[in-house]
Write a protein that binds this ligand. Structure first.
Ligand code: TXA
Ligand code: MG
Length: 350
């Protein structure tokens, strides 16, 4: 399949390309596009056959449902059975933006999109290319992250091209994704509100609407038989670069000392080692390949850089990546969730 790639300027959109991409979606094709979280791989959410193509292109397990993206508030009505009072409050506060709500689905949602669950995830992105694409398609767009299944989600168009060129009809390129981690998913079919996946809309923010909102306890620990994540997708090994990832967690000075000791051990064994550091610590590592995620004082810079940094280490063919840990509060919860999953929960405490 030939993949057409068009770069767009978010400040002055090329309407003709958006229209063309929208028509491709409406006619059953696949289009990758930027959002404020990560790039998405979109298809007509109302057509079972179109949605199935997403699973093929990504190599995605069939039991992992997709998020349906809308552009305007009124678009939600036909897609769900009802919007509870609290769900309405969440959407009024956080849409458009990086939050997905799980709601009871209506009969027009095809089985492939919802993996035959009684519910569906709906999100209204804020990215202007994403919203204009949905409007141009004139149908809601089902879209997972635009990566080959299991790899870190793309936050930059080049990564999208790397993973999906030849597998999709069209790639719309925009700027680097602002948040860099996938949307916060909240289950609004239960009370109190349960966070199925942490993201840029933090627990602290959600508690302004539902003070009892809590995070699915299964997602921050290594999955086991008794503790299964509620979102089907959260159970898979995920966000994983080709290199082995290890996290060192604890006091920052002790972390630095431990990482330096580990680096030396890997070098002695002739292994190429990468260190995922921060602006505050990057000069504390004399050996190994050091990349900084961003400043600890600005956790959005860290979240924005995480997936791209994991992928950069792969480009540099490191055998092992050692990462510092982050405090699990605010966006740090989402950063640590992705980091732990990419490390297969291999955490060294100091
Ligand atoms: O930020 C995002 O959400 C990005 C962009 C493209 O919008 N999309 C994204 O989609 O991350 P994906 O497919 O990579 O992740 C969707 C997650 C999966 O973990 C899936 O299991 C969960 O949402 N999910 C979808 N529908 C669900 C449902 N009805 N109940 C529970 N979990 C659901
Ligand atoms: Mg994904």
């Amino acid at each position: 399949m030939d993949t057409k790639v068009v770069m767009l300027d978010e400040g002055s959109l090329d309407r003709a390309s958006i229209k063309e991409a929208g028509e491709i979606i409406r006619n059953g094709g696949l289009v990758a596009f930027p959002t404020e979280t990560v790039y998405g791989l979109g298809a007509n959410a109302l057509d079972n056959e179109s949605v199935k193509k997403i699973f093929e292109a990504k190599g995605r397990p069939q039991d992992n449902p997709l998020i349906v993206h809308i552009a305007d508030f009124e678009d939600i009505k036909p897609l769900v059975e009802e919007v509870s009072e609290i769900a309405l409050k969440f959407m009024n506060r956080f849409w458009p933006g990086p939050m997905t709500m799980i709601l009871p689905k209506s009969s027009i949602i095809p089985d492939a999109a919802s993996a035959s669950l009684p519910s569906v995830g709906i999100r209204m992105p804020s990215n202007v290319i994403a919203r204009e694409l949905i409007r141009a398609a004139k149908v809601p767009i089902a879209a997972p992250s635009a990566n080959i299944s299991g790899r870190p989600s793309p936050t930059d168009v080049q990564r999208c091209i790397e993973d999906l060129s030849g597998r999709v009809d069209y790639i719309l390129g925009g700027e680097i994704c602002d948040i860099g981690l996938e949307s916060t998913i909240i289950d609004c079919t239960v009370q109190p509100t349960c966070v199925l996946r942490p993201g840029g809309i933090t627990l602290e923010m959600l508690r302004e609407i539902d003070p009892n909102a809590y995070i699915d306890p299964a997602i921050m620990e290594k999955p086991n038989e008794d503790l299964k994540p509620k979102a089907p997708g959260m159970k898979y090994r995920h966000y994983a670069p080709k290199a082995t990832v290890k996290i060192v967690q604890g006091d920052l000075q002790k972390t630095i000392a431990k990482i330096n000791e580990m680096v030396q051990n890997y070098i002695d064994r002739n292994e190429v080692v990468g260190i995922m550091a921060t602006e505050e610590t990057k000069d504390s590592y004399p050996k190994g390949l050091v990349l900084s995620l961003g400043s600890r004082k600005n956790m959005i810079s860290v979240s924005q850089g995480l997936f791209e940094t994991l992928r950069s280490f792969d480009d540099k063919k490191v055998d092992v990546i050692i990462s510092e840990a982050f405090e699990e509060k605010g966006v740090g919860v989402a950063v640590m969730n992705r980091l732990k999953k990419s490390a297969g929960f291999d955490i060294i405490k100091v």
